[in-house]
Design a protein around this ligand. Sequence first.
Ligand code: ARG
Length: 589
Amino acid sequence: MKKFLDLISEEMKKAFGAAGYDRELGKVTLSNRPDLCEYQCNGAMAGAKLYKKAPIMIAKEVAENCGESGIFLSVEAVPPGFLNLKVKEGFVTEYLAGMAESEKFGLEKPENPCKIMVDYGGPNVAKPLHVGHLRPAIIGESIKRIARYAGHDVTGDIHLGDWGLPMGLIITELRERLPELIYFDGTYEGEYPKKAPFTISELEEIYPTASAKSKEDAAYKERAMEATFKLQNGERGYRALWKHIIDISVADLKKNYEKLDVEFDLWKGEADVHDVIPGMVDYMKKEGYAYISEGALVVDVKEDTDTKEIPPCMVLKSDGAALYNTTDLATIIKRMKDYHPDRIIYVADKRQNLYFEQVFRCARKTKLVEPETELLHIGFGTMNGKDGKPFKTRDGGVMRLEYLIKEIEEEMYRKITDNREVEENDARRTAQIVALSAIKYGDLSNQAFKDYAFDIDKFTSFEGDTGPYILYTIVRIKSILNKIKEQDEQLMEKARLREAGSAAEKALMLEVSGFNAMIEDAYKESAPHKVCAYIYDLANAFNRFYHETKIISQEDAEKKAGWVALLLLTKRILETCIDMLGFSAPERM
Ligand code: ARG
């Protein structure tokens, strides 16, 4: 279906043309004076210069040429030259009826569906997930779901951090503690044990200990770097240990991401491309892209038009070890070979901006991608505490993600059971669902690149621009529909959209009509916050309508059936949108 606003614009363009002006002046936007009109056109203002005529004159002529339109209820030329527009109830109703019947509410299929990879999550193995991992998971998941809904072929990849110095550090620390382990016997040729010589909690202690030691003890760090190099170059025992680290970490990560309703199609990591690296390095050397600088292998990526210094992209460290850049570049090669994506979206901290700029330029310069392949970094800001400083635990430590989730769930549980009799299991389950909406919506409703304050009181509130408010609205609609169904089962079958009978009803219908335009926009800009803004407005419009309208006790069956249809459509759209944001609604709240 064409977009609602486009249909109105077309009509306005016709009027401009009929009055003898450039049709393109007829572009219509939402009104910024909703008290005066629903839509507006500022074309006469722009036309004034072009035609050397007072804008109000143009506006009046255009208004006269709108004549008998199937779309406009009123077209008013107001000084200094605006066109204030209202649309006919029947036109809105027809449009919504079309939405209700079409697949995806009238969102058109893309002409050329894209193959997209979303690289998000990006946790490093052997470290517990902390609040810093929340944003890449939540934002990436939503960007993936929006693009998929918009009709594209999307693959999400977690891109585990599993191949760098941290691995060498863990191996070194293990060797220090348990030198007798078979993994450290260079002469051993047999099979290694199936069971890891450590648990996840031990692993989570080993890494920070090793990391701290390496900062104080240069020789220790030297050993860790050597271990990293050996691991990367295939030392059998180290590879076997590494495999244990991955298996144990991944099992734990899966559990955690599942709780967040974040689902990766691929669980690839930096290590998956280790065998791509030697060929890549040779190629970059042979083609003259890479050269040795202070021992390291680098590719120049600066351009004449740069206004800031862009340092060379390092491809190998001076000790020959692969680094973050190396695996990202090799991953691009592998992705191009295995999937040939049109676009790769990286959801990572905005502080890695320069890093991605270097990697992207290097990939283009060395022709790892096609000229038209898009490489896009969606850089997100920091999640702060209420005090505006990076989010910490009460005692100043880094908050584990599972504790944060637990805390929100407890708060929701308290709210749900406050002054009410609720069955314990039901309440726990509902608290989990609502808590997820609080966390995700609290994050996604902000533009990704902005820092934001994680404010538990605000995010868990049932009022205002929050996840729980949206869910509350959906639950309210469900409950009304259930009651009507109990009263009169047949009415549900007679549900049919009819013309709005009140301003609030029309306002709700107009909000609904913006769905397809909003999705296209949110997809184009990889911007989940646009989905949030839309459903917040929609929920507000619904609640205003609800407060003004006695739906359940309405006697006129036809009116009531019209409302049922509107409620059903509103509910389906809200549910579709929250699914794109990565959460769902409970039956009751
Ligand atoms: N593991 C990285 C980190 O902790 C994030 C990975 C982002 N993705 C990428 N392809 N570099 O900073």
